[in-house]
Design a protein around this ligand. Structure first.
Ligand code: UT7
Length: 343
């Protein structure tokens, strides 16, 4: 059975920077730089322009990862794309990405399977687990795994929505998971979900138990109430569960691989709140220099946080061949996951 290793990483964030002060001055939100920084660590985020969707952000990130792996798009055997902000209701964003990568073009078209994963902040680790299994089983040699989000289109950028809108940003990260006979790669992955908390962080813009699924006016035009249109979150419940589940997921990972924190060279945690990650690091004794973060610059990019961190760490030289990397995520669902990789 081959091992599955990460053969290339890439990321893309849109150029437009939106600072905390911009939320106040450009959008008229009653907030402050101090409030957001103190509670979350976020200083700024990126917003994509009108007309740019999730597969558009995923494309440059994917191209970078494929190139870093020394491959062409046609070498891929499968695409897995994790997002909670797909281009549209259906079909999935992975299929748009397949076309944008040129895989449908010409006589050498490769109509590889394209799978969308809907596990929010844990979506990348769910996807990494699926890709690893595909590669280890021998079904695929190279799987493109992408986390991409265009949150800015679905944030209530008003004072009413400030508790959620100030947290999120747009971006995409990608890795290629490839087969190898070398003794390296994804050592184990662990996933979990707790369906008791489905209401605590959710965006219920439509409800297919209702007829029709979106209320319509007398002209047949859909009408969505603000509490359904925008994501709703009980931040304190999410915070408490994030800390507990992420520590649990990290412990499970260490026990499964018979390693301790000192054996791990780099901790790559989901970026929901700098305070959550620093609390976990203090609690389990992780030195600050082993923890990477980018929430200060990008906010919470949901499924994209971990692959963006991996790509940035590789590009800056902080992540090198031979290092042991622990990844942990938690988010809406609730869902969570962890993975250990010998880079
Ligand atoms: O990746 C998805 C997972 N998400 C998370 O992990 C998020 C976890 N939760 C959190 O990070 C924190 O709960 C938040 C940062 C979201 C909020 O911090 P908090 O300390 O729990 O604040 P709060 O929601 O209890 O709000 C405290 C006050 C409220 O005002 P009142 O009711 O006390 O008058 C809010 O309306 O802060 C107000 N507030 C704001 N004020 C200025 C909420 N958002 C803002 C804002 N600017 N952006």
């Amino acid at each position: 059975m081959p091992n599955a290793f990460i053969s290339g990483t890439g990321f893309y964030v849109p150029p437009r920077v939106v600072t905390n002060d911009d939320l106040k001055t450009q959008y008229g939100i009653d907030t402050s730089h101090e409030w957001i920084v103190q509670r979350t660590g976020i200083q700024e985020r990126r917003f994509a322009e009108d007309g740019v969707g999730t597969s558009d952000l995923a494309l440059p990130a994917s191209r970078a990862a494929i190139q870093a792996a020394g491959l062409e798009p046609r070498d891929l055997d499968m695409i897995i794309l994790a997002t909670l902000s797909p281009d549209c209701c259906f079909p999935g964003s992975g299929i748009y990405l397949q076309r944008k990568l040129g895989l449908c073009d010409g006589p050498k078209a490769r109509f590889v399977p394209a799978l969308d994963v809907r596990n929010q902040c844990s979506g990348f680790l769910y996807s990494l687990g699926a890709a690893t299994s595909m590669v280890k089983s021998g079904a695929c040699k190279h799987v493109l795994v992408v986390g991409a989000e265009t949150h800015s289109a679905a944030l209530d950028l008003s004072t009413r929505g400030r508790a959620v809108a100030s947290l999120f940003g747009d971006g995409a990260g990608a890795v290629v998971v490839s087969a190898t006979e070398e003794d390296r790669g994804v050592r184990s992955w662990h996933l979990g979900a707790d369906g008791r908390y489905t209401e605590v962080l959710a965006q219920k813009v439509w409800d297919v138990s209702k007829r029709p699924f979106i209320p319509v006016d007398d002209k047949g035009v859909g009408q969505v109430q603000p509490e359904l249109m925008w994501a709703q979150m009980d931040g304190k419940v999410v915070f408490k569960n994030a800390v507990e589940r992420m520590i649990g997921a990290l412990m499970e990972l260490c026990m499964a691989n018979n390693v301790t924190g000192t054996d791990i060279d780099l901790f790559v945690f989901h970026q929901a709140n700098l305070r959550i990650n620093e609390y976990i690091a203090d609690h389990v004794g992780i030195p600050k220099e082993k923890l990477v973060s980018n929430i200060q610059r990008y906010g919470n990019t949901t499924a994209a946080t971990i692959p963006i961190l991996l790509a940035e760490a590789e590009q800056s030289g902080r992540l090198k061949r031979g290092m042991k990397v622990a990844m942990v995520a938690f988010g809406s669902g609730f869902t969570w996951g962890s993975a250990l990789v010998d880079w």
